[in-house]
Ligand binder design. Structure first.
Ligand code: F6R
Ligand code: ZN
Length: 194
């Protein structure tokens, strides 16, 4: 972990919010078509362009017991069908695995929803903000500003990512702009068919 952190610190460029080495995962709008509440609005946008919504860069840990994984996320600003650009969202495969998000730049929120869907909340994530994601909690990042939102995610290396549960039922709530403010609303009230 110490070696990995040293490598990450050396590879991290705060000006460009990138790592000069390591792996990168890139997600485009077409890959999140059904994540948004208004897929028809996504299709309309896709006729012109298939923008990258976010990237996650990481230097992989040794994966030993007790190791931590550090990922650097960059989520671009934009909207489709009234929703801000967002990440797919997931639960950890090891459900009890928690995570800390460290906001580096930009403005956004995290949507947190416990596995049963009963406890839903929105927490600010942006420059200097910290968000603690407890275990058993689905989490999604949302860029509510006009600049790229960048953050570190720190979590147990053996946490794993379960996207299937979210793909099946999505989050029960959405974050939309009301009177200029990011506002939490029940999905079915905003997208009765979504
Ligand atoms: C890792 C984590 C973040 C996300 C990143 C992209 O556990 O929560 O690094 O992986 O914000 O979001 P997803 O993985 O939902 O596409
Ligand atoms: Zn996570």
């Amino acid at each position: 972990m110490l070696e990995q952190f040293k490598e990450l610190a050396a590879a991290y460029c705060p000006e460009s919010a990138t790592l000069s080495r390591g792996s990168t995962v890139e997600r485009r709008l077409s890959q999140l078509r059904d994540v948004f509440g208004d897929p028809a609005a996504v299709d309309l946008l896709l006729e012109r362009d298939d923008p990258v919504l976010y990237r996650v860069m990481a230097i992989e840990p040794a994966d030993g017991p007790g190791d931590l994984h550090l990922g650097l996320g960059i989520l671009y600003p934009g909207k489709v069908g009234g929703e801000y650009f967002l990440t797919k969202g997931h639960l950890h495969t090891t459900r009890e695995a928690a995570e800390v998000y460290i906001g580096l730049a930009g403005d956004g929120v995290m949507l947190l929803e416990d596995e049963a869907g009963g406890n839903v909340r929105m927490e600010p994530l942006g420059s200097g903000k910290l968000v603690y994601v407890p275990g058993h909690t689905a989490h999604r990042t949302i860029n509510t500003g006009s600049e790229p939102l960048t953050y570190f995610g720190v979590y147990p290396a053996n946490a794993g990512h379960d996207y299937g549960a979210i793909a099946e039922r999505n989050f029960t709530h959405v974050v939309i702009e009301i009177d200029g403010q990011p506002t939490l609303r029940k999905r079915k009230d905003v997208f009765p068919n979504g």
